[in-house]
Design a protein around this ligand. Structure first.
Ligand code: PGA
Ligand code: ZN
Length: 396
């Protein structure tokens, strides 16, 4: 059954400056539609941003050390509101252009308001009668790089619940791995280090060693005895010598139960990526900065055989329509899809519905700590228990 109501039109757009999980300013947006229904969205912000993603707009100057977003707010309430008021909610993205923090809040809030007006949950509105599933989570356990400055160069060491049959079980499995990892950190570095949390709620280690977090994660998984695999996000665009790290990574793949690797190379090296994908196969090889959630870049990657999975971050492309196009391009190429939050995120749980309603298969929103992360997991736990949606599981 189609649930779209194309007659629903935007009547008002409001925006405000609020704060994200790093305490940095970000944009909140409220869209009201003809029936009187309204919905809000808060925009996330990355730290390891790639050169191909749509930039956001910052005020500069003294307020919030230059990170203010009053100019973005003014654009939304000015020219953007002028452009979208009167438009059908389903077509708003067609007229949205500009910095990502100007477009994404409007795009998301408009779509959510459409769902409210249609009287259906957002995931169902997004699915539009198609299949839905709760995504398999890849959950941050250790952080480095831009998410835990002062640590190593590799950005994320994550746990993937490979044997869970429900989303609730998946979360409980990785929770036990994180708890065991924290115990191992406490034994090695003391209580303080085991309690500090990085930007995405993960643990971090003192010193710059890139292998130590991996070894500790592998030990934590072995100690729990649970069916959990390891994912690594190198975020190579932030790494000074990605080629050397790739050699190390290949060795790690032989020594540790790694099932997924993200951004092992820079974002312009299509042939290097194709080589790495062949070398790392049959593992999942995820392109984040490589694709920048851009359908055209995904199509290029498919041509080269670069990566076999796409990270989908709506604010990299600026609208939900753009993000969905990247997801569909990935699916057309036979690539897997992982809907992802940003390292600077908020209590907005919309991407839980995106991953579910778009049947993405996987989600990456950080650790099982910090409420901006748990907002997404808690939404998915509710959808499984209350709405009885099926769990996708790890694709193997
Ligand atoms: P970011 O990190 O949000 O800081 O870009 C997330 C990632 O690289 O996957
Ligand atoms: Zn990444």
């Amino acid at each position: 059954m189609a649930v779209r109501a194309t007659a629903v039109r935007v009547t008002a757009v409001r925006a405000w400056e609020c704060l994200d999980s790093r305490g940095h300013p970000t944009v909140g947006c409220l869209v009201t539609v003809g029936s009187g229904a309204s919905a809000a969205a808060l925009v996330p912000t990355g730290a390891s941003t790639g050169q191909f993603e749509v930039a956001d707009l910052r005020d500069g100057g003294d307020r919030y050390a230059g990170l203010g977003v009053r100019a973005a707010v003014a654009m939304i309430e000015g020219e953007i509101a002028d452009a979208v008021v009167g438009w059908p909610v389903d077509e708003v993205d067609e007229v949205l252009t500009g910095p990502s923090n100007v477009t994404l809040g409007v795009s998301t809030a408009a779509a959510k308001a459409g769902a409210v007006a249609a009287g259906v949950p957002f995931w169902r509105y997004l699915a539009d009668g198609g299949p839905v599933s709760l995504p398999c989570p890849m959950v941050n356990i250790f952080s480095g790089g831009r998410h835990a400055e002062g640590g190593g160069t590799v950005q994320d060491y994550l746990a993937i619940p490979t044997g869970a049959t429900t989303f609730a079980e998946a979360i409980e499995h990785v929770w036990r791995v994180r708890r065991r990892a924290a115990e191992l950190v406490e034994a090695e570095h003391g209580r303080l280090w085991s309690r500090l949390v990085a930007d995405e709620g993960g643990l971090a280690l003192p010193g710059g060693d890139d292998e130590r977090p991996l070894a500790l994660l592998a030990s934590a998984i072995a100690d729990t005895g649970l069916p959990v695999g390891i994912a690594i996000d190198v975020a190579a665009t932030q790494v000074p010598d990605p080629e050397a790290l790739l050699t190390t990574l290949t060795r790690w793949c032989a020594d540790y139960p790694i099932v997924s690797v993200e951004d092992p190379l820079g974002d312009n090296d299509w042939t290097g990526w194709a080589d790495a994908t062949t070398r790392l196969a049959p593992r999942q090889v995820v392109g984040d900065d490589l694709f920048a959630t851009d359908a055209e870049r995904v199509a290029t990657g498919a041509k080269y055989g670069a990566a076999n999975a796409v990270l989908v971050k709506p604010n990299q492309i600026g609208t939900l329509t753009g993000a969905r196009a990247a997801l569909l391009a990935a699916r057309a190429a036979g690539f897997r899809t992982v809907v992802s939050a940003r390292s600077g995120d908020t209590e907005d749980d919309t991407i839980a519905d995106l991953a579910t309603g778009w049947n993405a298969g996987q989600i990456k929103v950080g650790s099982v700590h910090r409420s901006e992360r748990l907002a997404k997991y808690n939404r998915l736990l509710r959808l499984e228990t209350v709405d009885r949606l099926p769990y996708a599981g790890w694709p193997g």
